[in-house]
Ligand binder design. Structure first.
Ligand code: SAM
Length: 346
């Protein structure tokens, strides 16, 4: 686990907050850290500080095994993913704790790597069924879930867009999956097409069917998906990269990511988008526009023309200029229509 690698520890590690969304408010973190003042004088806490420059990203507290729980483990407190006001409170509380109990070690880690480590922790908790007690969903075979035909369809779509002059980039190296491979037949790449490493977001990534095609192009998007079982399936098959997969409601992207956080945002087979439910999908693409950098690229695919027209209108209202592309084939199912455009310019 990356958290253990970064901290150089072998004991078990537990994040204090039970889910990624909880990292936004860090209620338990702030409560426990405030409580740390109450530790009796003279009782030394074993602490590790994770920092980026002068900024504290995380604090690790050693919990020795006892009669009740005969296992040594570390609790991980972090405020790095929290809203600004909570992050400030976290850093102040950590500074006070460390003033009384200096850290045994300080570790310099980039905030991007730390975020990957936190993502990975929750992905592993999910796929190991620790977040879903009583889960009885068994693994389905790879071939019954993933279709090469669909991967080919997404890859061809990108070839088409490339021929039209669009260049996609994103991620730090296409290392999808548990073992650095993009699923069974995946191939890990090194960087985005243009050789740059702009950040890429894939909304509504499902089990990673479309992500597979991106990995093979050397793109390594952060995938967000609201359905935890679907995301779990992608993790289980090593298709989704545990460091780049999050259970998250894409209608709330701007709650978690600052404006302009991503160079590229993509989403495949959104919908079905109807008049009666369009608020959900237009909400998602508008949120996607908020977290896209000025001049950044957005790409969304759907099944039918009316659906893409609804999304294109919403994106236009969100300041994205682009075009609708007819990508129909004889199957008439996947990625038939797409919108591709740039935020803030044509
Ligand atoms: C038709 S599937 C497409 C999955 C994948 N992109 C693909 O092409 O195979 C649409 C996905 O959107 C997800 N979704 C729906 N509402 C969402 C939301 N508010 N936030 C994130 N994902 C959502 C669904 O759970 C589903 O996995």
């Amino acid at each position: 686990m990356l958290l253990q690698e970064l901290s150089g520890i072998t004991e078990d590690i537990y994040l204090v907050e039970e889910s990624y969304p909880a990292q936004r408010r860090i209620e338990l973190t702030l409560r426990y850290l405030s409580g740390a003042y109450a530790f009796p004088e003279g009782e030394k806490m074993h602490l590790l500080r994770v920092k980026e420059g002068g900024r504290t990203l995380g604090l690790l507290l050693f919990n020795p095994g006892n009669e009740e729980l005969p296992v040594d483990f570390w609790s991980v407190f972090t405020g790095a993913l929290a809203k600004e006001s909570y992050r400030v409170q976290f850093e102040e509380l950590v500074a006070s704790v460390l003033a009384r109990n200096p850290a045994e070690r300080e570790l310099e880690v980039s905030s991007d790597l730390w975020r990957d480590a936190v993502n990975e922790y929750y992905s592993l908790m999910l796929v190991n069924r620790n977040l879903c007690p009583g889960c009885s969903t068994g693994a389905e075979s790879y071939n019954s879930v993933f279709s090469e035909q669909r991967v080919k369809r997404v890859s061809e779509l990108f070839e088409r867009l490339k021929a039209k002059g669009y260049s996609f980039e994103g991620g730090e190296g296409g290392e999808g999956g548990k073992s650095g491979k993009s699923g069974k037949s995946g191939k890990s790449g090194k960087s985005g097409k243009s050789g740059k490493s702009g950040k890429m977001l894939e909304v509504c990534c499902g089990n990673g069917m479309s992500t597979l095609a991106l990995h093979r192009m050397g793109l390594d998007p952060l995938g967000v998906e609201v359905n935890k079982c679907t995301l779990c399936q992608g993790l289980e098959h090593g298709v989704l990269n545990p460091r780049k997969a999050l259970v998250m409601d894409a209608t709330q992207l701007s709650e978690y990511f600052g404006p302009g956080s991503f160079e590229t945002v993509v989403g495949f087979m959104l919908g079905l988008v109807y008049e009666f439910n369009k608020g959900l999908w237009t909400g998602i693409v508008k949120e996607a526009a908020k977290v896209t950098a000025e001049g950044g690229l957005l790409l969304f695919t759907v099944k039918s023309r009316p659906e893409i027209e609804i999304l294109a209108k919403a994106l236009g209202e969100a300041g994205v200029e682009g075009e609708i592309v007819d990508n129909e084939d004889s199957d008439g199912i996947f990625d038939q229509w797409l919108f591709v455009g740039r935020k803030g310019r044509s």
